[in-house]
Design a protein around this ligand. Structure first.
Ligand SMILES: NC(=O)c1ccc[n+]([C@@H]2O[C@H](COP(=O)([O-])OP(=O)(O)OC[C@H]3O[C@@H](n4cnc5c(N)ncnc54)[C@H](OP(=O)(O)O)[C@@H]3O)[C@@H](O)[C@H]2O)c1
Length: 248
């Protein structure tokens, strides 16, 4: 059990793999109650079953973050079951990299829908409860690509810059309600993120680069744990980390 984490009710989107899954495991082990969402219900149900068998409190709810009603349902289930929501981790995202000239317009739409609108739907679902509670913590996942723009990653970078912009506006707007906001901007971490790059040459090149430098998801999970376990009068607004070997 860990002070500042124990007994917190934490909702995590995109918890079926990678950073979200690692964070669910990390926080559940430290005594948080974790409500996990993703589209792959089999994955999150087996994660919930595994953690519950260890004595942890974990509930899985099938959630597509591009559907605002499903995101509201995810958060409402947390509040109905556990009485409140302390942390909303808007983590779901995808990164189908390709240069603009390849005109992968459906993928641009998808990134905007998941990486930006999905985060906004998470905010919309959590905010009314947190305002009523006069407490809460919204954590949005950006990226090193929310700070820099690389050719071939333009639309993804735009979505992650947007996440930082809307998080900064949110930070200022929710001051009257005692709500904390954190942006976490990871560098290259080994997850399933590269599996959804449809352009095979770009996928191969990115895999080759990332496999040489990527770190595990533990730093991300510990960053979330750090932000939420700081005293209530401390607002950790942004954490940016990279593998030591990452040049960009
Ligand atoms: N790994 C990195 O190097 C890195 C670096 C910077 C930022 N990030 C960000 O970190 C976040 C997590 O990514 P990851 O690296 O952990 O990749 P990942 O292993 O591919 O995980 C992505 C998660 O997002 C979920 N997701 C995708 N579309 C969704 C949708 N429509 N509705 C609900 N969930 C959806 C996936 O679940 P389902 O498919 O089951 O729905 C999955 O759980 C993303 O926002 C990503 O942009 C990652």
């Amino acid at each position: 059990m860990s002070q500042g984490i124990e007994d917190k009710v934490v909702v995590i989107t995109g918890a079926s793999s990678g950073l979200g899954e690692a964070t669910a495991r990390h926080l559940a082990k430290r005594g948080a109650t974790v409500v996990i969402g993703a589209r792959r219900i089999d994955r999150i149900e087996s994660l919930a079953a595994e953690l519950t068998a260890n004595g942890d409190k974990v509930v899985a709810v099938e959630t597509d973050v591009t559907d605002r009603d499903q995101v509201r349902n995810l958060v409402d289930i947390a509040v109905e079951r556990f009485g409140r929501i302390d942390v909303m981790l808007n983590n779901a995202g995808l990164m189908p990299l390709a240069p603009l000239e390849r005109l992968k317009i459906d993928e641009w739409d998808r990134m905007i829908d998941v990486n930006i609108k999905g985060v906004l739907y998470g905010i919309a679902a959590a905010l009314p409860h947190m305002k009523a509670q006069k407490s809460g913590h919204i954590i949005n996942v950006s990226s090193v690509y929310g700070h820099v723009v690389d050719p071939g990653a333009t639309v993804y970078c735009a979505t992650k810059h947007a996440v930082r912009a809307l998080s900064e506006g949110l930070r200022k707007e929710v001051k009257p309600y005692n709500i904390r906001t954190t942006i976490i901007s990871p560098g290259a971490v080994s997850t399933e993120l590269l599996e959804h790059i449809s352009e095979k040459d770009i996928q191969a090149g990115t895999r080759e680069f990332v496999s040489k430098i990527a770190i595990g998801p533990g730093t991300f999970a510990r960053s979330v744990a750090f932000a939420i376990s700081e005293p209530d009068d401390v607002d950790i607004n942004e954490i940016l980390f990279r593998p030591t070997a990452q040049p960009v």
